[in-house]
Design a protein around this ligand. Sequence first.
Ligand code: HSE
Length: 349
Amino acid sequence: MTTYDIALIGFGGVNRTLAELIAARGEALNSELGFGLRVVAITDLRLGSLVRPEGVDLPLALNLAGSETFAEHGGSADTNNESVIRTCTADIICEATFTNPDDGEPAVSHVRWALESGKSVCTTNKGPVALRGAELTSLAEQNGVHFEFEGAVMSGTPVIRLAKKMFAGLKLNAFEGILNGTSNYVLGRMEAGLDFEAAIQEAQALGYAEANPAADIEGYDVQLKVLILANELLEAGIELKDVQRKGISTVTREDLRKASQEGRRWKLVGSARRNPDGTVTAGVAPTALPLDHGLAGISGATNAASFDTDLLGPVTVSGPGAGRVETAYALLSDIIAMHAAKAGAAAHV
Ligand code: HSE
């Protein structure tokens, strides 16, 4: 059976959960998926780096005591990201460091180092995909490896691969979606009578919110996701500045009450549409949707994306858009896709 050696770059919630899945369900995963996974390197800003070509002791790595780093266990207190990524024996790099919306760094470099050294990459990080997606995809092609990023939009809920793989023969003209769980949750709680600050605090306590809540509330998170979907699915060739952005901080409880009386509901909608001249208009803005609109009933932290296709009309997928397990599953789904592509290529030899 094939075993893929993987390196975990960033050992926060997402990669840690992937490691837990492998530790707890490794054997079952092998028989279900037809391949095994072995972690051969971990790097983390706080914990340092640990490289073990024969396989990292996952229970040990997952259960370090409070102030311990990998240095106490034969690793290093430094992350050494470039040297670990370039020289470790991993086939696949799982990149799950923080999203930097300005230039995507250091994640862009992590992905680049991996692809240049002939390693495939899966990431849940919006930064490199939104800001350097085309360049990194082409670098992956040049090096004969994969660059997968399903988790960058709507965590493990299939959106990017769904549209790329399952919409063959359809023309996709536009999409609209609820792509941020925190803002959707906040709007729902405000409708129920909570004030804005209290609703945000609840979302933070539930673990949906970004470290900087402005990313959720002011639409920056959705702006990156719209950019990713527009470029990946509509081949828009646009940049961040081309995605108009307005968040929900100006929506008041009075607005929500008035909308409800008029049979409408406020949602933060991210969308993109191909114009007759071939250009693409993309943006994120709070919108009072009529209740019979497909996105009006999406509640809580749930996300949804509705694709406007020529032959089927709107095709909508809804599901989680955040969460440790849900996002770790996105990485697993990326590796499954890489394995399927390899098996498909082998069948055609
Ligand atoms: N903070 C985001 C949300 C999740 O609330 O949907 C990660 O993109």
